[in-house]
Ligand binder design. Structure first.
Ligand code: 13P
Ligand code: SF4
Length: 304
């Protein structure tokens, strides 16, 4: 199956992108494995004609927003994101109309239609920089209330939150973390900003999935409790042989991130099936919001 996919990737002039939560065999075959920000940047810069996106629907949509001339394939149409489904453009518009004007910062974990009425997007890797860069004292942040509260704690801005959340991260409670710390008292606790604030209060470090991989590599510590979706354990171990990684809770499994198999990837490339395309009237305003985020992140990285 792996050889078949490799030859199909060549034949279609395709690039295979994988999120850090995907099954190990998908991550290991992908041209690039990363967090939402790295994948968005790669999708905006690739020369390939086809992007086969191993992740969830909003990720493939973001790639299509950034690269409208490319064919973006999502090998399983039913791989969605429950948090992205917690907000619709009509509801967001009601919130916008009720408040005085202020920028709307939308997490990429949202539909293209929601991005289209937003000022700028963010990911978990850049939310604090993005909100901090805005020339406004107040912002609306959607749809993740946990990421919004975390960002508010790191900036001086007043943040108006939407009541969305990631069920996989919101499921982690302080008791789970205390149990994991009791079992591994020497371990550093890394948490994703999609976790509840009571959980983030217990964290030694808070960052995106790729941020955790970098942190574990650079850290002198040799054991870590991982407060994010359990798929991240695979790239953490791969990048850090000899270090130990323990899930903060075995409950942190996103079933949408586990839907794509190697067979699905091969079928999608063979039949050019599962195309995700955003209509131009939505893509154009959504592009503004996503592109602003990509440009700002590249500029911050350059000056870092
Ligand atoms: P990041 O990889 O950007 O940290 O995203 C986490 C996530 O939940 C993606 O669905
Ligand atoms: Fe959505 Fe959470 Fe799954 Fe990521 S881990 S795709 S935010 S439900």
């Amino acid at each position: 199956m792996k050889e078949k996919i490799k030859s199909l990737l060549k034949k279609r002039n395709a690039v295979m992108l994988s999120h850090n939560y995907q099954p190990p065999e998908i991550q290991d075959l992908a041209d690039l494995c990363g967090d939402s920000l790295e994948l968005s940047i790669k999708a905006s810069q690739t020369d390939a004609e086809v992007i086969v996106f191993c992740g969830v629907h909003f990720m493939a949509e973001t790639a299509s927003i950034l690269s409208p001339d490319k064919t973006v394939l999502l090998p399983r149409k039913d791989a969605g994101c429950p948090m992205a489904d917690m907000i619709e453009p009509e509801g967001l518009q009601v919130m916008i109309d009720k408040l005085p004007w202020m920028p709307v910062v939308t997490y990429v974990n949202s539909s293209a239609a929601v991005k289209a009425i937003s000022t700028i997007c963010c990911t978990s890797a850049n939310a604090v920089d993005i909100v901090g860069s805005l020339d406004a004292d107040e912002v609306i942040m959607t749809p993740d209330r946990n990421l919004a509260l975390y960002t508010a704690s790191k900036t001086k801005k007043k943040v108006h939150t939407w009541d969305g959340y990631c069920p996989t991260h919101d499921r982690l409670h302080p008791e789970d973390v205390h149990n994991a710390k009791r079992a591994h008292p020497e371990a550093v606790f890394m948490a994703h900003p999609e976790c509840r604030s009571e959980v983030l209060d217990l964290a030694d470090v808070i960052c995106s999935t790729s941020g955790m991989i970098r942190y574990a590599k650079e850290s002198k510590s040799t054991s870590f409790i991982v407060g994010t979706e359990i798929g991240l354990i695979h790239p953490l171990k791969k990048a850090n042989p000899g270090k130990k990684f323990y899930p903060a809770s075995s409950k942190m499994m996103c079933k949408n991130m586990k839907k794509i198999s190697l067979e699905d990837v091969a079928r999608s490339l063979e039949l050019m099936a599962g195309e995700v395309k955003v209509p131009e009237n939505i893509r154009k305003p959504a592009f503004q919001a996503v592109q602003k985020m990509v440009e700002l992140s590249l500029a911050v990285n350059k000056s870092a």
